[in-house]
Write a protein that binds this ligand. Sequence first.
Ligand code: GDP
Length: 444
Amino acid sequence: MFESLSDRLGGVFDKLRGRGALTELDVRAAMREVRIALLEADVALPVVKTFIDQVTADAIGADVIRSITPGQMVVKIVNDALVDMLGGDSAPLNVDVTPPAVIMMVGLQGSGKTTTTAKIAKRLNEKFGKKVLMASLDVARPAAQEQLRVLGEQISVATLPIIAGQGPVEIAQRAKSAAKLQGFDVLLLDTAGRLHVDTALMDEMRAVAGVGAPDEILLVVDSLTGQDAVNVASSFSGQVELTGVVLTRMDGDARGGAALSMRSVTGKPIKFAGTGEKLDALEEFSPSRVAGRILGMGDVVGLVERAAETFEAEASEKMAARLAKGQFDMNDLRSQLSQMQKMGGLGALAGMIPGMAKAKAAMANGGPDDKTLGRMEAVICSMTPKERAKPDLINAKRKIRIAKGAGTTVQEVNKLMKMHQEMETAMKRLRKMGGMKGMMAMLG
Ligand code: GDP
């Protein structure tokens, strides 16, 4: 999987890794090569462009953490951008609904739809203990229904008895009531494929979706067809509400263009990857795992993550030492604010710290909400270094200048000053009470 792309990217990073310092020129040269590697991997052009822009901006602006090389930092940035490009988080199947959950499988002929239907059935049954029923609605291709029945026998999953002469909509209705009556957890509907996307196929698909009321509509596409797979997905998603994509034949896909473009172009998550002909050759698609596989540099990514954690831990230790001495200036307030934002804003904090929900409610009038955190930071940025270190310097005249610089009002500046004062007082009081250690432990 992804071998040729991996090799190309590996070559680019090898050149960067030895560097002690990284210039903008280095980054741009590396990105030119990454761009070619992605295009050769058959990634859609707009997707490549967005990717390169993002990585270039992140890499040039990056604070390089002590103890790692700039080259390693770039590997981490590329890794994160790949994860984003692949869809971010994994997208699990939505089958925990009032039974039966209905999964409708759609796709072109030969994409691997029937095989994938059986693979998903097997997985749901064996891994999640679901009672699964499969039904083939493919009355166009002779022996399609029989093919699914045979697969069902192989994996010990029930299939709907075949009644000759029924159309797809009738079969879907029959399958749904059988699944309800017989207490199945999941019903998989394997619809008919065609050689090309055509109106008859789309009409049939919509009619089946109408009676089946599926919780998932999964499109099966062959990853070996590269951008065609992405185009097929775009045409299908204009016709039915696809909930996800399954990419088959990833085992033979050295390039990875379909996988890398799918999410950005269609907006649909890749839920599974088919990795072989055997019925257990199905993987849940995990963007971070796939990015790791493409880069083959899990060690570097892990190293940078650990370094970043240490860096933050050191910063908060420094902060704790200052607080313990009763020092709390605008710089401290700023790092507190950005910490809050990183942790998901006040909303997230409220859930984590006992008593915080109350404090948040109390702050609702005039206190900072998640949006104002950013604005408060802007106010602090507008202060001079001296003012930040000695907030007492800030008189009325200075306030006007600060407000102007931050594009806000003097009232906002006053609000921030008040907040700083209150926090400073609270810190001092805490110190007197000797409760600092407990407080810091609580704040993490
Ligand atoms: P359908 O016409 O879309 O239902 O396609 P089938 O399910 O009949 O699959 C067509 C062929 O592709 C079969 O020979 C499958 O074994 C094969 N196939 C399906 N998925 C995969 C996969 O992930 N990897 C490989 N190597 N072969 C696959």
